[in-house]
Write a protein that binds this ligand. Structure first.
Ligand SMILES: *Cc1c(COP(=O)(O)O)cnc(C)c1O
Length: 406
């Protein structure tokens, strides 16, 4: 028989990071330990000097964490990965590791709120300049590049407006300029988008979202393509210290086994929800990469393997209509975060993107009536029925007969 690599995303999601099964537990155990004993003084010395591979101390590496890191690296097509205490820890660690005083970073203007304020307000304290641009406009990225631009930071689809940036075009542009491209792939997961295929240098994720998928862990990960970057980032992470603990790693790794199935269902459900909303008279417009009305639909078709589980829309009634709708949902939970099995609904202007301030929000096209739904894997007819009653009545109904969100 021909050699077969067993490297399809569905198979990797179940098996990657686990290793061969012979005489091993099918599920990697939770190594709930801070430290690892050396056989003798020579082994301790060899491990510290890097002459021997092995575990020393859990901030520097732990088998349960390593199994998760190997799984995500395999799914992204990377060489290695570094699990961090949160998505923000991963983003912060990656940026600080790749930038230094005097450098400049070009960043998507539609990014996760705290990423935007990290780049705009915190990095500047260390002499790192930033320009926020609409990265769905490749020409705007070209125009923002400066001689000292070292990193182009992209989130696509962007949060929460779901604008799509052309990864291939931006990577070519950045590389010709000598800059690295870091992509936040949280909204897609490696099942729906693999930024390395388009030339990205580093991929970051909030593991909290689709990768874990069960809304019970906060975590993040940095995925790299080169041994050199891995070694550098491992050292920086070891010094910054924001590592993911073994138990959280175990849970995320467990979540990943159903990632391919979950992503397929998220896409199917979100497509139906987006189509439903698009024809609703109370809705001014809907943004969803699976709708032909999406301004970058063609770019999405090229680089994404599915439109994802997030739908954003604007209500005709603006802020007040948004508030009313959110008080009227009965199945969808009014909560930030996304990518879990349960549907969540939220209002970016007053919640996730409040820290950006009104000017930055306007620049990122976050209007007052914008509502974002993370469409879960429930029966889609139930999700649509909930949105329908919430849009129709717009009045506060707080009792849900299954008692879920009472
Ligand atoms: C949630 C999120 C983050 C931050 O992740 P945390 O785990 O909450 O720190 C970063 N980027 C995107 C796109 C996110 O959705």
């Amino acid at each position: 028989m021909e050699h077969h690599d067993f490297d399809s995303p569905e198979t990797l999601a179940v098996h990657a990071g686990v290793g061969k099964y012979e005489r091993l537990p099918v599920v990697p155990p939770i190594y709930q330990t801070s430290t690892f004993a050396f056989a003798d003084a020579d082994e301790g010395a060899a491990l510290f000097a890097g002459r021997q591979q092995g575990y020393i101390y859990s901030r520097m590496g732990n088998p349960t964490v390593q199994a998760l890191e190997n799984a995500v690296a395999a799914l992204e097509g990377g060489l290695g990965a570094l699990a961090c205490a949160s998505g923000m820890a991963a983003i912060h660690t990656a940026l600080m590791a790749m930038l230094k005083q005097g450098d400049h970073v070009v960043c998507s203007d539609a990014v996760y709120g705290p990423t935007c304020s990290l780049i705009e307000t915190l990095l500047s304290r260390y002499g790192i300049e930033a320009t926020l641009v609409d990265t769905s406009d490749t020409q705007a990225v070209a125009a923002a590049l400066r001689p000292n631009t070292k990193v182009v930071y992209i989130e696509t689809p962007g949060n929460p407006t779901l604008v799509i940036s052309d990864l291939g075009a931006i990577c070519r542009l950045a590389h010709a300029h000598g800059a690295l491209v870091i992509v936040d792939n949280t909204f897609m997961s490696p099942i729906l988008q693999q930024p390395f295929r388009w030339g990205a240098d580093i991929v970051v994720h909030s593991l909290t979202k689709f990768l874990n998928g069960h809304a019970d862990v906060v975590g993040g990960i940095i995925v790299v393509k080169s041994q050199e970057q891995y070694a550098h980032l491992r050292k920086v992470l070891n010094h910054f210290g924001g590592v993911l603990p073994p138990f959280e790693s175990f849970l995320v790794h467990r979540g990943i086994k159903t990632l391919a199935l979950r992503m397929r269902r998220h896409c199917e459900n979100a497509q139906r929800v987006a189509e439903y909303l698009e024809q609703h008279p109370a809705v001014a417009w809907v943004r969803y990469p699976g709708l032909k009305s999406h301004p970058q639909y063609d770019v999405g078709e090229k680089q994404m393997l599915g439109p994802g589980g997030i739908v954003s829309f604007e209500l005709h009634g603006g802020l007040e209509a948004g508030r009313k709708m959110m008080n009227a949902v009965r199945l969808c939970a009014l909560a930030v975060s996304l990518g879990g099995v349960e549907s969540l609904i939220q209002h970016p202007a007053s919640m996730t993107h409040a820290s950006m301030g009104p000017e930055a929000r306007l620049r990122a096209h976050i209007t007052d009536g914008l509502v974002r739904i993370s469409v879960g894997i429930e029966n889609v007819d139930d999700i649509i029925a909930d949105l329908d009653q919430a849009l129709t009545t717009g009045t506060a109904v707080t009792t849900y007969n299954a008692g879920v969100h009472a």
